[in-house]
Design a protein around this ligand. Sequence first.
Ligand code: GLU
Length: 482
Amino acid sequence: MVEHGNHRDESRRRTRTRFAPSPTGLLHLGNLRTALFNALLARRDGGDFVLRIEDTDVQRLHPESVQRLGEDLRWLGLEWQEGPEVEGSHGPYVQSARQAIYADYYVQLEAADLAYPCFCTEQELERSRRAQRVAGKAPRYAGTCAHLSMAERQARLDRGLQPTLRFRVPRGRSIAFEDRVRGVQRFATDDIGDFIIRRASSAPAFFFSNAVDDALMDITHVLRGEDHLTNTPRQLLLLEALGLDAPSYGHISMIVGDDGAPLSKRNGSRSVGELREAGFLPEAVLNHLARLGHAFEDNTLLGLDRLANGFALERLGRAPARFDAGQLTHWQREALHALSHERMAEWVVWAAGDMLPAQQRDAFIATVRENVQFPEDVRRWCRVLFQGVPEPDAETLGWLTEAGPAFFQAAAEAGGDWPAVTAAVNAATGVKGKRLFMPLRLALTGLPHGPELPAIHALLGATEAQRRFRLAARRAAAAATQ
Ligand code: GLU
């Protein structure tokens, strides 16, 4: 077995990780978690987190998604130390601007006969793959163009054919590497066909630009999805042929939905933008994602620094990580709870839109703070507190009827503060405990649960509270006569 030898001694290198998205759409939870793990590793080691845009697949490029991606990362606090808008010494950080750099490496490989032009058409390749499948073999490039003479190549070029460039995979070797998550991995090069490193359009293929850029950008660790695991031996071979250093790779498990299927729209995956629109706080998203496939000792809400300190490659799990909407909601609750007054105010004002009177803002926040998790909760409490009690449902009406009109008359006539109200009702009716507080709560809010009653009463003000008690008295009286 030939061990793969071109890893640098990483113990003496500054940690550099990267997030290398292809900007083909919105940033979803899966790639966001990849970004997060890489960012945490760099942060823990006081190293650099690099953002590189892999946009060589031009047909699928959405320019606006590059910008969105940056906004999404920044919303989560995942600032990059080098990358678009943060130029450093390893740029450019957008692959479409690196063609000239790649050109030198193609020349180097061709000169050493480690790469060759391939003139096979897509139809020819498909025919060959089909034949291999029929023969019960795993399809790989049959090597049709691997040994063309100069004259044969020239003849094809003269016919106007646009070749791709293929890497000549060495035969009869075993390639092994230590995956930082999955342990030692071994692959036989005989199972790997010569692969394309430059397309006919002259754009670099993923295998090539991704590996070359990791080396040129001095990346020490690559954490990426396990769907890339089988790409790694190819990339190690390429780097070895180019005499470039390979990073240390770790392939992280995929995220599955609560039905066990890969995370998709159907079972709960959402884009960062959708989560933000739904009112999730970045801290909540971070804390849930960080724990998807990584175990932390500390189960409290952690900021980025503490997440980074608790992050360890050894703690990354191999089993698929299960996305759990309930967990995300749990972190949302924790995150709201921990929010500073200023940020809470910002979030509440955003969520309330025009439903929250400015002069009531602080009292409203103090009152409902522990009772809101999502924007619709904020809006519900705005409606209840500033627009009026909802129509009673059967259960509410039952409570109002049982308490009876005299109960609410007493509450309305008490005036003054909350203790005066409860004292007056108790004196008039003799009820206490739940039979005292539930009808009062329902009269004031129409809802069986919610913030502390004294706070609600103070926020409504004595006059509005009296109005609501009288309304409850009328409803109780009307229900009794039916
Ligand atoms: N552009 C690749 C992707 O988005 C990067 C894979 C990697 O991290 O190496 O899948």
